[in-house]
Design a protein around this ligand. Structure first.
Ligand code: PEP
Length: 246
């Protein structure tokens, strides 16, 4: 299976910066041995689609509403993302769970919406530092998976320890392996053989100089990248270290 290297641009970049970043990816992303995805802000999606639309770089949203349309001021429907050229959407990112109070039940409704619209949902799970210190990471991740994934889930998982996001702090590779194995077992139990084919990304302070180690961990199907996805050079340097897995 090809690994997926996904860039979450978060709320970064005005038009000129995002156009330059997309343009650099357009020029340099050919021939990679992995799948590449970038997730700009809602406002930049159309422009980035214009720049990358005829390349193999896929485009995704960072969130979507559960409803397909209607009186939901400020929200963006999954159908609108698909209409704008997206093929994926990040859901349940810790910055939404923890700073916007998003619950796993809400995430599940959004995952259903993404699947309804033909998007690949990238569902984020991960424990806080306090939960990790209490040795509760597997319990927390199990609960998030059970509550966030609808029956028949088809998409991508991202394991992102909250304390590793944007901090430069890294979990040990063995810890990543343990949680990824746990997620795989949960997916298998929940979805049967279909759960064996889903990619499980690692996310949290992945940079060009540590990516190879994370991408070599069994059951790591790619990486979700925040800060290092904002420069084409570092994002592509990570992507070049992807490996094909069985
Ligand atoms: C993220 O926000 O999903 C993320 C992994 O960020 P960073 O790479 O900056 O830690």
């Amino acid at each position: 299976m090809r690994q997926l290297i996904a860039g979450n641009w978060k709320m970064n970049g005005l038009t000129v910066e995002c156009a330059a970043l997309a343009g650099a990816l357009r020029d340099q992303a050919a021939g990679l041995a992995c799948d590449l995805l970038v997730c700009p802000s809602f406002l930049q999606i159309a422009m980035v689609t214009d720049i990358l639309g005829d390349t193999k770089v896929a485009i995704g949203g960072q969130d979507c509403a559960a409803e397909p349309c209607g009186a939901h001021t400020g929200d963006v429907a999954a159908e609108m993302l698909a209409d704008a050229g997206c093929t994926a959407v990040i859901l349940g990112h810790s910055e939404r769970r923890h700073t916007r109070g998003e619950t796993s039940m809400q995430v599940r409704a959004k995952v259903r919406a993404a699947m309804r619209a033909g998007l690949s949902p990238i569902v984020c799970v991960g424990e806080t530092e306090a939960e990790r210190d209490a040795g509760r990471e597997q319990e927390v991740v199990s609960r998030q998976l059970a509550e966030s994934l609808p029956d028949g889930f088809a998409g991508v998982l991202a394991y992102e320890p909250v304390w590793a996001i944007g901090t430069g702090r890294l979990p040990a590779l063995e810890e990543v392996a343990t949680v990824h194995n746990h997620i795989r077992a949960s997916l298998r139990a929940r979805l049967g053989v279909a759960g064996l084919g889903l990619r499980i990304l690692y996310g949290g302070s992945v940079k060009a100089d540590n990516a190879a180690a994370f991408l070599a961990v069994p059951e790591v199907g790619g990486a979700l990248i925040g800060g290092a996805s904002l420069q084409a050079e570092s994002f592509l340097a990570i992507a070049r270290q992807a490996v094909e897995t069985l």
